[in-house]
Design a protein around this ligand. Structure first.
Ligand code: CAA
Length: 382
């Protein structure tokens, strides 16, 4: 029985910062950010959006009334949690009117949480083929104004409906893991911005990719030539290119893998990092922008979550997949964003919901998204 992604949706903020403006403001050569980092724009998340509203906006556009009745599991992968106890998945169940007879919970392992949710959902459907599982991967990537990580900020949500006989992607039962206790990137409870050892995190990412890829080749007797594309968790798009280059000989190798990689980073370069959702935004980018995918095409996916967990797994494009709607929806969403000046970005960055218990009310007139965060009252989200 084929199981996998039946529907996929994406949402990000209606605001963005141009990376060249950021380079000028930080006295950096623009090509360092455009080529060396591989980013063009960065979503700036207003205080009126948190991971719950981002994910609700992503999921609402893909779910039919029948889907909402059939979903019996909602898994929310995030590292930008809104409460130490209550999961973001419960809010999604209620905001979207999904069946109350669903098992709803949140999982965490840095940027790996989306993949953990996806694989858990696939295994649930293998045991219960009539089920549908909603997997959400939503985050807000923050490093701080005037830090080296600033150019790799971003945010948004990917919603995936998993089912048997899926229309988009069939997940194979072939995957390899590697985990170890590493302090490369983490987010202490008292702060909103990440703590990161940037260059070390790059090294660990490549190391975990190579380990899981080598384990995969040995375990399943497959080679690079078996794959039509390899896609990656993209904290910034050059990171995926560095990983791909670590295992291919560019002078020798089929240019298709590089061309497919270019298709898989189009949207990530315009949005920035969304931690748990980045690999799946890259998947959307490949699905919408590649002209080389066909039913049965084999894709390798590398998921990485700092701290650290790596997984390499494989999937095949469904024979029923058609990318026209996805491409149009993505183009509309990203073209209709409003550009911010550096001052506007910095003000918006600082206006995020505080970590204190103060009551806050946000001006909602600048955010016309379907789901918005109105503020906080008596320690509760509004
Ligand atoms: N033209 C073209 N390229 C240029 C250039 C120019 N004028 N000037 C510099 N470059 C290149 C450099 O050669 C370098 O390329 P390579 O990496 O291929 O060597 C690249 O631009 C970046 O330059 P630096 O390394 O000097 O940049 P930096 O010291 O300012 O920091 C960074 C870069 C470490 C990625 C930093 O942005 C950071 O800490 N980011 C956050 C952490 C991160 O994303 N880590 C990724 C792995 S961890 C993970 O994946 C989990 C997650 O989501 C966080």
């Amino acid at each position: 029985m084929a199981i996998g992604i039946d529907k996929i949706g994406f949402f990000t903020s209606p605001y963005y910062l141009d990376i060249v403006d950021l380079a000028h403001a930080r006295n950096e050569e623009p090509n360092k950010f455009l080529i060396g980092i591989g980013q063009k724009k960065q979503s700036v998340i207003p205080p009126t959006q948190d991971v719950v509203t981002l994910a609700a906006n992503a999921a609402e556009k893909i779910l039919s009334t029948a889907d909402k009745q059939q979903i019996d599991m909602i898994i929310f992968g995030t590292e930008t949690g809104i409460d130490n106890s209550k999961s973001a998945a419960i809010y999604i169940q209620s905001l979207l009117g999904i069946s109350n007879q669903a098992r709803s919970f949140e999982i965490k392992q840095a940027c790996y949480g989306g993949t953990a949710g996806l694989q858990m959902g696939v295994e649930h459907i293998r045991l219960h083929p009539d089920s549908k599982v909603l997997v959400l991967a939503a985050d807000i990537a923050r490093y701080g104004i005037n830090t080296p990580g600033e150019v790799t900020q971003g945010g948004g949500a990917v919603a995936m409906l998993l089912a048997a006989d899926p229309q988009i992607l069939e997940i194979e039962d072939k995957r390899t893991f590697y985990s170890d206790n590493i302090m490369d990137f983490w987010r202490p409870l008292y702060r909103k911005d990440a703590v990161v050892d940037g260059h070390y995190s790059n090294e660990i990412y490549i190391d975990f990719f190579k380990r899981t890829w080598e384990l995969y080749q040995q375990k399943y007797n497959r080679q690079l030539d078996d794959f039509s594309s390899l896609i990656f968790h993209l904290p910034y798009t050059k990171m995926g290119l560095k990983a791909l280059r670590s295992i291919i000989d560019e002078s020798n190798h089929p240019q298709t893998l590089l061309a497919q990689f270019e298709a898989s980073r189009v949207y990530n370069a315009l949005v920035g990092n969304l931690y748990t959702g980045s690999l799946y935004l890259s998947l959307i980018s490949l699905l919408a922008n590649s002209n080389q995918l066909a039913g049965g095409s084999l894709i390798g996916l590398f998921s990485y979550g700092s701290g650290a967990q790596g997984e390499f797994y494989s999937a095949r494009i469904s024979n029923r997949f058609d990318n026209k709607n996805l491409k149009r929806e993505m183009t509309d969403l990203l073209a209709n964003r409003q550009q911010l000046t550096i001052d506007q970005y910095q003000d918006m960055y600082r206006s995020a919901l505080s970590l204190s218990n103060e009551n806050q009310k946000f001006d909602l007139s600048n955010d016309s998204s379907d789901f918005v965060l109105a503020g906080r009252q008596d320690d509760q989200r509004l």
